[in-house]
Design a protein around this ligand. Structure first.
Ligand code: AMP
Ligand code: MG
Length: 490
């Protein structure tokens, strides 16, 4: 049984204090031989934790859940969720635990959470475990998104448990220590709205407002404002995903946060050749979570969120439905405004014109038609603007592209082109977590060699800055990688 006290983790557990009924107190299953595979020192420092202490056997024991720091109150959170459109009233942390909350060095409250720490009362048929590969994948992807300026849960550490687990064959087990603004999900509200305890939903809504959107409290209808602010956070988030070609892969309502952070990186991936229909997930047979569907699905998920709050928005259900529906209808415009702003920046355009959407869409149509790499094509534009040889991508010099280039040039600001090109390079990444490189890094890491994983993390930590010796990270997947499939992180 975990007993020791670690003074550096000063947890303050508001979720546990205020949201009884939305969790089960639980303990991690002991990991037989913990070994630290990855530690995010910068994030540790942000949390006020000492990297050397985290690396010590005592620190690793806490990161893996073998030791419970004094003020920690580990709990498995309850949530419900629509998975691929079908409702499950009871999902919850089947293999995860919220250890506690830390106030970071910026005064922000952050959850510390373990994933892969053993079966909980929510485990259903699962073994409660996680494999080294998928946990390192979450580490890579979350760090990549963070470095791209996209809100996301973070990865503090991955610790191998020293245990083999059963997947497709036996693989080494691991635990990810995750850091999040909170783990409140749309699915948390769905669970509360279905609960026999009538106090749970208002407690949760008030908690979410206090923790994430205190400004809602000052408005006429705080719960309707909560819907609106979550909507804005998600519109902004998904627009950012779309700008970097990110495909989440499993946007079930239990994987949609209230904070607006990206969460739960299972079958996610960055798109290579531009095609809105791209789907990588092996379980997404209908393309529900295809790249181009992400905004529409977000609106659907937000509708599920709004539904849960109807009883709090107004006593008169008809009126609640009316105002919530009106609000939800504004999602496409909110998303579009975010997306257009970001896409203009990607093209180096500084001001707003009526025909910008056409200019952007026509560029994307060329990428699609010529099967061009989404990421590298934007860098090729800035290279061309500078007059330098594109380092990577080349467009077929089609009449369509020549004509588009003329229209684009006419929209550029009146400043030296190199200045515009430099500004574009600050928003168009050069190094992304390419699927074939991620797969290779995870495979070698699973076999005990972390070199490729560490090199990839270093590349994606500064995605915009070209550096010597990093050419492998801009190379496109070999032909045999076509038809690439990702699997859930189970
Ligand atoms: P995910 O697809 O990772 O978002 O997980 C969906 C649900 O399945 C959540 O309730 C998880 O806690 C649960 N789950 C996933 N993998 C496992 C596992 N190996 N053991 C227990 N529960 C799991
Ligand atoms: Mg999930």
């Amino acid at each position: 049984m975990p007993t020791e006290i670690h003074p550096r983790f000063a947890f303050d557990n508001s979720f546990e204090r205020e949201l009884e009924g939305l969790y089960e107190p639980w303990q991690a299953t002991a990991a037989p031989a913990p070994r630290l595979l990855a530690l995010n020192e910068q994030l540790g420092a942000e949390l006020g934790l000492n990297p050397a202490e985290l690396r010590s056997p005592e620190g690793v024991a806490i990161l893996v859940g073998n030791v419970v720091a004094g003020s920690a109150t580990p709990i498995a959170q309850a949530y419900a969720g629509h998975q691929f459109g079908g409702f499950s009233p009871r999902l919850g942390d089947g293999r995860a635990l919220l250890i506690g909350e830390l106030i970071d060095t910026n005064g922000r409250r952050r959850d510390l959470h373990l994933k892969g720490s053993g079966r909980t009362p929510f485990a259903r048929g699962g073994d409660g475990k996680a494999a080294v590969g998928p946990m390192l994948r979450e580490y890579i992807i979350s760090e990549a998104l963070h470095a791209l300026g996209i809100p996301t849960t973070r990865s503090l550490a991955v610790v191998a448990t020293g245990e083999s687990i059963h997947r497709e064959g036996m693989v080494p087990g691991a635990i990810l220590t995750r850091v999040a603004a909170s783990h409140l999900r749309v699915g948390s509200f769905q669970y509360a709205a279905n609960s026999a305890d009538q106090t749970l939903l208002p407690r949760l809504a008030d908690y979410a407002i206090a923790r994430h959107y205190p400004q809602a409290r000052e408005t006429n209808n705080p719960y309707l404002t909560l819907v609106e602010l979550v909507m804005d956070a998600q519109a902004s988030l998904v627009a950012k995903w779309m700008q970097v070609g990110f495909i989440h892969g499993v946007m079930n309502t239990d994987n949609v946060t209230i904070s607006g952070e990206s969460i739960d990186f299972g079958p996610c991936a960055f798109m290579d050749a531009y095609d809105p229909e791209t789907v990588f997930s092996s379980i997404d047979h209908t393309g529900r979570y295809a790249f181009g569907n992400q905004p529409t699905i977000t609106q659907w998920n937000l509708a599920r969120f709004a539904e849960t709050l109807l009883p709090l928005i107004d006593n008169d259900t008809d009126h609640s439905i009316e105002v919530a529906t009106d609000l939800l209808k504004s999602f496409p415009q909110r998303f579009r405004a975010n997306w257009l702003d970001g896409m203009r920046a990607k093209l180096g355009i500084g001001d707003v014109h009526d025909h910008d959407a056409e200019l952007i869409d026509d560029f994307l149509a060329i990428l699609k038609e010529q099967h061009l790499d989404y990421t590298l094509s934007f860098r090729a534009l800035s290279d061309r603007l500078r007059g330098s040889e594109p380092t990577t991508e080349t467009f077929t010099d089609s009449p369509a592209f020549a004509q588009w280039t003329q229209r684009w040039h006419a929209r550029l600001p009146s400043q030296p082109r190199a200045v515009t090109a430099d500004a574009m390079d600050k928003v168009n990444p050069l190094y992304i977590a390419r699927n074939h490189i991620v797969e290779q890094a995870l495979e070698t890491a699973t076999n005990g060699d972390l070199g490729a994983f560490e090199a990839l993390v270093e590349a994606i930590r500064s995605p915009f800055t070209e550096r010597a010796g990093m050419n492998t990270f801009t190379q496109q997947a070999p032909a045999e990688f076509a038809g690439y499939r990702t699997f859930c992180g189970t």
